[in-house]
Design a protein around this ligand. Structure first.
Ligand SMILES: Nc1ncnc2c1ncn2[C@@H]1O[C@H](COP(=O)(O)OP(=O)(O)OP(=O)(O)O)[C@@H](O)[C@H]1O
Length: 313
């Protein structure tokens, strides 16, 4: 849990600022605004032209301050590129939210494009944990189970007020068939294990899944917050009122664990689909570790280094 005001390269760095921008993110009409602010703040802009581009652009970047302008998918790709280049020690990340799903930006206190540029230029730098799942990094969450495209269809207001309910309601509503997955979790300590049919396993690094309240997790504690939601027949999971009743007490259907590493395995049948920050990955087993304090990132005023625990909200 450190604050590095002047992170930069061991050779001193130049303070160069660059932005990797997905022009098709969100409503795809942010380009003029992005270039106006980039001029004002002395930031060079590199646009993606297809999926995966942000990984290459980030890997090749030698900027000291690297912004990711897009939604959660673009943030994820930029982090992947920095990971591939082993550039976390020499680069400070910033986020400019122009996506449909800007969950991670909200979790680090960045609420708008203007805010994103301001924070990239002058925000506080924190070092936060990174998740590594089967060798791939993620900043926000790794999710097993029903991974319909819920995160992008859930508004941020809804996420803030409903937490895990918003996620589950949206996922269940967008899923056509709904089968629980026979999963097994083992954690680092070995004493926090879970086995059963799960609707979801939500592993939060930057994000967590309360029944209600803020979704920003403690990103500096070297641990994941793991939420397991047990499978229930489809009929019972449809409808927000029913879900509230079912999950509202946060007891019977939800198991919460904390760990710095875990493995999730699919006990039988086909490999599982996992989502890392919304990007899909198919695997029979997902091994997830924290890389503590790995990522230097500029955060906005709303970021809380030490947010209250879920049951204290
Ligand atoms: N120029 C591009 N053309 C097409 N796809 C792109 C381009 N740049 C990035 N992508 C892909 O678009 C996906 C979504 O990007 P991003 O998360 O930035 O935007 P978004 O509007 O929030 O998306 P979503 O609707 O998925 O939430 C990413 O997986 C990324 O690989």
């Amino acid at each position: 849990m450190t604050t590095r005001e002047s992170p930069l390269r061991s050779d001193g760095g130049t303070g160069a600022r660059e932005l990797i921008y997905n022009p098709l993110s969100g409503s795809a009409d942010h380009t003029d605004e992005i270039y106006d602010y980039a001029d004002e703040y002395g930031v060079s802009v590199r646009e993606t032209s297809e999926s995966g581009d942000a990984i290459d652009l980030a890997r090749e970047s030698d900027a000291d301050y690297l912004g990711a302008a897009g939604g959660d998918g673009t943030v994820h790709e930029v982090v992947r590129g920095l990971h591939e280049a082993d550039a976390f020690d020499s680069t400070v990340l910033g986020i400019v939210p122009t996506g449909t799903g800007n969950n991670f930006a909200g979790n680090i206190g960045v609420e708008s494009i203007a805010d994103g540029f301001e924070v990239l230029a002058d925000g506080e730098t924190r070092t936060i944990d990174l998740g590594i799942a089967n060798g791939r990094p993620f900043v926000n969450s790794a999710i097993a189970g029903l991974t319909a495209n819920a995160s992008s269809e859930t508004t941020s207001e809804m996420k803030d007020s409903l937490g895990v309910l918003a996620y589950v309601v949206n996922t269940v509503q967008t899923a056509t068939d709904f089968d629980g997955l026979p999963l097994e979790i083992e954690t680092a300590a070995g004493d926090d294990a879970w086995s059963g049919d799960a609707a979801f396993i939500l592993v939060g690094n930057g994000r967590r899944f309360p029944v209600e309240g803020r979704t920003q997790a403690d990103m500096e504690d070297g641990r994941f917050e793991i939420t397991v939601i047990e499978d229930r027949p489809t009929g019972q999971l449809v409808g927000e009122a029913t879900l509230r009743r079912l999950l509202g007490s946060d007891t019977a259907n939800i198991t919460r664990l904390e760990s710095s590493s875990l493995s999730i395995s699919v006990r039988e049948g086909d490999p599982g689909t996992f989502s890392l920050d919304g990007e899909m990955l198919s695997a029979r087993e997902l091994d997830i570790d924290v890389d503590a304090s790995a990522l230097s990132i500029r955060v906005g005023d709303g970021y809380e280094p030490d947010p209250p625990a879920i049951d204290e909200q």
